[in-house]
Design a protein around this ligand. Structure first.
Ligand SMILES: [Zn+2]
Ligand SMILES: [Zn+2]
Length: 410
C-alpha cells in the first residue's frame, strides 16, 4: 500500500497553488492558510505572501477536507468490538491512513458486556490519546455509532442472529450514559423502537433504521419519532417484495420508497464497488442529492490485511467472514461488510460514476458531518474549521494528511 505521511504542523503555515475542493466547486490555484491547527483563510495566492510562514507547494495537487466516516467496524486486523484499547488504536490509525480524520467506531450485535467493553475502550482512547500528540496518530474519534444489537433477525446479514434483540430502555440507557453515542440504529419494526428513537433524538443523535424489513407505515411512525437516516442503502433493508412476504397484498412501500420519497431522510452507500454497481451509486446521488447521501466504508478488520478468514465483530460471537482482498463474504457467499478505506471509495466514485468531484468529497466529509452535528468543526475547507486536510494527487491518491487541533474551550 502507498503510505501517505501524517503531519501535525504547529504555528502558521500555508498550502500554495493546489486546487481546493470546496463543497460546491473547485477553487483553483488556492492559498490555504492555517494557524494553530485551524483554517485561517482560503483565497487566491497573495501577491506578497507573508514572509514569516512556511509554505507547502501544492502545485498540481488537490486539497480536500479529511473524511468523516460514520459507519465502520475495523481495519488492519482489529475490530472495534474486540473491546480493547489496542484494537481501537489499530483500526482507527489504519483508517487515518485512508484519509479518515473523523471516525465513529461502530458496534455490532453482541452481548451487552461486549458492547460495554467496546465503549470503555473507545472512552479510554479518547481520554488518553490526543490524536495529534503521539507516535501513532489517530483520527478524531467523534463518538460511537450504536449500530447492533437492535436489528431484525431476518435482516441481520452477516451479524450474529443470536446477538439481535429488541431495544430495552435499561440496556440502551447504560450505553448512552457513556456520552459517546452520536449515531443510533434500530430496526423500525421492533417492539420499543419508537421509544428508542425518541430517546436518541433527545440526545441529538443521528437516528437511523438499518438491518430492517420495515414497511412504509412503520417507517412513517419511526420518522415521526425522530428517525431520519437509513444505514447502507440497498443492503440488509426492506424492499416491496420483502415487505410483501410479511404483509401479503396489496403490496406496500418499503424503506427504499420511504427514503426516496422524503427529503428529510438521508442515507449512505458503501461505495467500495463490490456492494453496489456504479449505476446504483449514481442513482442514489441523483435521487437524494449530495446533501442527503453519505459515503461509508463499512470496513471490517480485513482492511489492509491479506485475503483469508477473519472474525467479524466480537470474537465470542464467532462470526467468520472470508476476505478475497476486495470484499468480505459470509458463509453463504453473501456480502459481509467491506474491506476498503474511504480513499478507495472516493476514487471508485470518481472513476465509475458521473458524480462531480466536489459532490463526491462532500458526501465523504461535509454531509456526514452535518448529519451528525459536527459540521461547525469539520467537513469542509472553510475558515475557522479544524485543519484536517488531505493533499491528493490528480489520481486522488493521498500524499499527505494534516491533522488540525480542536478549538480551545475558554
Ligand atoms: Zn450492516
Ligand atoms: Zn456495517
Amino acid at each position: 500500500m502507498r503510505k501517505p505521511t501524517i503531519e501535525v504542523i504547529p504555528g502558521r503555515w500555508a498550502i500554495a497553488g493546489a486546487d481546493a475542493i470546496l463543497p460546491d466547486r473547485i477553487f483553483s490555484n488556492a492559498w490555504i492558510e492555517i494557524e494553530s491547527g485551524r483554517i485561517r483563510s482560503i483565497s487566491s495566492i497573495p501577491k506578497r505572501p507573508p514572509k514569516s510562514i512556511s509554505v507547502i507547494d501544492g502545485t498540481g495537487k488537490l486539497v480536500a477536507p479529511g473524511f468523516v466516516v460514520i459507519h465502520v467496524h475495523g481495519g488492519a486486523g482489529a475490530d472495534f468490538m474486540d473491546g480493547s484499547v489496542q484494537s481501537v488504536v489499530q483500526a482507527s490509525h489504519a483508517h487515518l491512513l485512508h484519509g479518515t480524520t473523523s471516525i465513529f467506531p461502530t458496534t455490532t450485535t453482541g452481548r451487552a458486556e461486549a458492547i460495554h467493553a467496546m465503549l470503555d475502550a473507545v472512552l479510554a482512547v479518547k481520554r488518553e490519546h490526543e490524536p495529534t500528540e503521539n507516535l501513532n496518530p489517530l483520527p478524531h474519534i467523534e463518538g460511537v455509532h450504536l449500530y447492533g444489537p437492535y436489528f431484525a433477525v431476518e435482516k441481520s446479514g452477516c451479524h450474529s442472529k443470536a446477538g439481535c434483540r429488541t431495544p430495552i430502555l435499561d440496556e440502551y440507557q447504560s450505553y448512552f450514559k457513556t456520552g459517546l453515542i452520536r449515531v443510533a440504529t434500530c430496526a423500525a419494526e421492533l417492539k420499543g423502537c419508537l421509544d428508542f428513537y425518541r430517546y436518541a433524538k433527545r440526545r441529538r443523535c443521528l437516528v437511523t433504521c438499518g438491518h430492517s424489513n420495515a414497511s412504509w407505515t412503520e417507517m412513517q411512525a419511526a420518522h415521526k419519532a425522530g428517525m431520519t437516516h437509513v444505514d447502507h442503502f440497498w443492503c440488509a433493508m426492506s424492499n416491496v417484495a420483502s415487505v410483501r412476504s410479511r404483509f401479503g397484498t396489496p403490496m406496500q412501500g418499503s424503506m427504499l420508497e420511504f427514503v426516496l420519497g422524503h427529503d428529510s431522510m438521508s442515507t449512505e452507500v458503501i461505495a467500495d464497488g463490490c456492494h453496489l454497481a456504479p449505476e446504483l451509486l449514481q442513482f442514489a446521488w441523483q435521487m437524494k442529492g449530495p446533501h442527503r447521501l453519505c459515503l461509508v466504508t463499512d470496513s471490517n478488520r480485513a482492511m489492509d490485511m491479506p485475503p483469508g478468514k477473519y472474525l467479524f465483530g466480537h470474537p465470542e460471537e464467532c462470526v467468520w467472514i472470508d476476505s478475497d482482498g476486495q470484499v468480505g463474504r459470509g458463509a453463504d457467499g453473501g456480502l459481509a461488510s467491506a474491506i476498503q478505506g474511504m480513499d478507495h471509495c472516493v476514487r471508485f466514485m470518481a472513476k465509475h460514476t458521473q458524480v462531480p468531484l466536489p459532490d463526491i468529497i462532500r458526501m465523504a466529509s461535509l454531509t456526514p458531518a452535518e448529519r451528525t452535528g459536527i459540521d461547525q468543526e469539520v467537513g469542509s475547507l472553510e475558515a475557522g474549521k479544524r485543519a484536517d486536510l488531505l493533499l491528493l494527487n490528480k489520481k486522488l491518491q493521498i500524499d499527505k494528511i494534516f491533522l488540525g487541533q480542536r478549538a480551545r474551550r475558554v
